[in-house]
Design a protein around this ligand. Structure first.
Ligand SMILES: *Cc1c(COP(=O)(O)O)cnc(C)c1O
Length: 381
């Protein structure tokens, strides 16, 4: 069925967003072309510096994608095969994939049913003598409660690598009232510039952030074939780079990141107001000590009615997505890495009930009303 909009309702509207910044983006791309600085060069350096300033990080190291960022971060920690890394089972596959790829053992844990994030209590209960690191994921755009997680990590001497792929720009508030961006709360932060992410480029890209000089030096080497002097390789590394064109695009978009988050928050507020009182529908919880940058707006549909709601919306021309339909521990790929008897009730419950609505920077009032009306009509509200 056709909706009455010029542009169909989409999960993400990259075209509408590009049109508004086209002049600046095109100029940035042209500059890279004119300089033929395709790999490395001034655009990459400038973007790294601007992202350091934005995040309040001593070091930002750009790389080829968010998965590489996680892999490079873990490689820098000098872990041994079989060492355990605690990771939520309710996340995108990349978070756990790199752990298994490096022959470390992903220890999958449950999440809080309201925030969808791991908590200090959940993490601490999974610690064994082989545990070496924790990878908290700031899922859907909201920070994990990092202060107690860092306390647990300190007590057990564990590394903390934040998966910040979905939450770049979110602010975490500590008990003393001070605020910091996600990505600099742990020892290392990893993010992705995949096009649909909150800070997305026009291809693949990623970055690592840290305040630790030693880790930064190691990660720079790892990302560059293990060399810090050309053709002298101190360790086995990888080849992972952000190219100049993507950096130029990201540098433009970084200037809009806060206003983009504002547009997402406005859309989320409107969704919240429309859905808060519908029985059988749970709106995403807002944590008191983190802003929410709404990479996704994710509802929980109770009473096994999610698929019916999804079909109802589909018929109205409203797309939805299920992030994520299968707990990671139940994935074929992780069959031999974990504990065969793992069952995590909250993750299982979420995988059966979550539904993400269209969420991007270009949703207008009319589209939002159409979407909320479509959901309400399903519940007879
Ligand atoms: C997108 C994403 C990644 C991976 O980023 P890529 O750039 O696609 O490699 C990792 N973790 C989470 C939580 C993500 O959403």
């Amino acid at each position: 069925m056709q909706t009455k909009f010029e542009r169909p309702i989409q999960m993400v509207d990259l075209k509408g967003q590009y049109q508004k910044i086209k002049e600046d983006v095109d100029a940035g791309i042209r500059e890279v072309m004119d300089n033929t600085a395709f790999i490395g060069g001034p655009a990459v350096t400038r973007f790294q510096q601007n992202l350091e300033t934005y995040l309040g990080a001593r070091h930002v190291i750009t790389c080829a994608n968010g998965t590489d960022a996680l892999q490079i971060a873990l490689m820098a920690l000098n872990l041994e095969p079989g060492d355990e890394v605690i990771v939520p089972a309710f996340t995108y596959v990349a978070t756990a994939e790199v752990i298994a790829l490096l022959r470390l053992r992903p220890v999958m844990v449950d999440v809080d049913p309201h925030t969808f994030n791991v908590t200090a209590e959940i993490v601490e209960a999974a610690i064994t003598p082989r545990t070496k690191a924790i990878v908290p994921v700031h899922l859907f755009g909201q920070s994990c409660d990092m202060e107690p997680i860092m306390e647990v990590a300190k007590r057990h001497k564990l590394w903390v690598v934040e998966d910040n792929a979905q939450a770049i720009g979110a602010d975490y508030t500590f008990g003393d009232g001070s605020r910091q961006k996600t990505g600099v709360l742990g020892h290392i932060g990893c993010t992705s510039f995949y096009p649909s992410k909150n800070l997305g480029c026009y291809g693949d890209g990623g970055a690592i952030s840290t305040n630790d000089d030693e880790l930064a030096a190691r990660m720079r080497m790892i990302a560059n074939h293990g060399q810090n002097k050309r053709y002298y390789h101190a360790m086995v590394g990888v080849n992972s780079r952000l190219d100049g064109i993507q950096a130029a695009i990201l540098d433009v978009k970084l200037r809009h990141l806060d206003s983009y988050a504002g547009a997402r928050q406005e859309a989320a507020d409107m969704y919240d107001a429309a859905f808060r009182n519908i029985p059988g529908l749970i709106v995403p919880a807002r944590q008191h000590n983190s802003t929410h940058v709404f990479h996704q707006y994710t509802l929980i549909v109770e009473n096994e009615r999610r698929e019916a709601l999804q079909e109802h919306l589909q018929a109205l021309g409203i797309p939805t997505m299920i992030y994520y339909p299968v707990p990671l521990y139940a994935q074929e790929a992780f069959k031999n890495t974990g504990d065969e008897t793992t069952f995590l009730p909250v993750t299982d419950y979420l995988c059966r009930g979550v539904l993400s609505l269209p969420m991007h920077t270009e949703l207008d009032q009319k589209q939002l009303e159409y979407i909320t009306g479509g959901v309400a009509s399903f519940f007879g509200a």
